[in-house]
Design a protein around this ligand. Structure first.
Ligand SMILES: Cc1cc2nc3c(=O)[nH]c(=O)nc-3n(C[C@H](O)[C@H](O)[C@H](O)COP(=O)(O)O)c2cc1C
Length: 197
């Protein structure tokens, strides 16, 4: 059975299935206006009590060097020696870095709802970007917790980095990894006769 295809071949279903995480990008710049357009689609994510618990920090052009240097500073000297040069070159070559920030609510239930809302927003962004020919990788990294990186990026106390999105036109699109069909994951709870019967 081909797990990538299903009966539902609507534009949204196709977009969801066809989007891939992209990690290698062409050098072409991504217009700021396009990124804003995509963010203005993404913010239509569901969010409980309309808290809109997000904000964004963008690094493009020369600012990518600041991003790369802040990231490399979070390495141990051994890591810097081993990976620093390549990592810096990679980060400076990615057309745009977009940090998606959750404004943390101290109430546990609200925090959970808000985190879920920001994750929905990120997926909206990835899908809208894919539709426009852009690739994205959603990264969760150790440096999101590093005080020096956070300070450089301007992420404050009470804010969580939910993802760093590397964005650009794809140089390589990786093959899809087929998903487990939902039939194998669904438990249908037994129906019980209604009380009148
Ligand atoms: C919360 C989250 C964190 C992720 N973090 C990383 C990451 O740090 N590095 C990375 O290469 N990919 C990361 N990814 C992307 C996944 O690896 C990717 O979605 C997965 O391989 C499936 O590929 P696809 O998106 O092309 O279907 C992350 C995805 C999610 C949802």
């Amino acid at each position: 059975m081909n797990r990538l295809r299903a009966d539902s071949d609507t534009p949204v279903a196709d977009l969801i299935r066809e989007r891939r995480t992209v990690r290698l990008f062409k050098n072409d710049e991504v217009p700021r206006s396009l990124l804003l357009e995509l963010l203005n689609v993404a913010v239509w994510a569901p969010n409980h009590e309309f808290r809109e618990p997000w904000r964004f920090i963008l690094f493009q052009g020369e600012a990518r060097r600041t991003f790369a240097e802040a990231m490399i500073r979070t390495y141990s000297s051994e890591e810097r020696e081993k990976y620093g040069k390549n990592k810096k070159a990679y980060l400076e070559s990615v057309p745009a870095h977009l940090i998606v920030v959750l404004k943390e609510d101290p109430r546990p239930k609200a925090w959970e709802e808000d985190y879920a809302a920001v994750c929905s927003l990120i997926q909206n962004f990835q899908l809208a970007a894919w539709e426009r020919g852009l690739g994205v990788v959603w990264k969760t990294n150790h440096y999101g917790y590093d005080p020096k990186f956070r300070e450089t990026a301007g992420v404050g106390p009470g804010e969580k980095i939910v993802g760093v999105l590397h964005v650009g036109y794809p140089a390589v699109i990786p093959p899809a990894r087929p998903r487990t069909p939902a039939e194998e994951l669904l438990t249908v709870f037994p129906e019980r006769p209604s009380l009148e019967e």
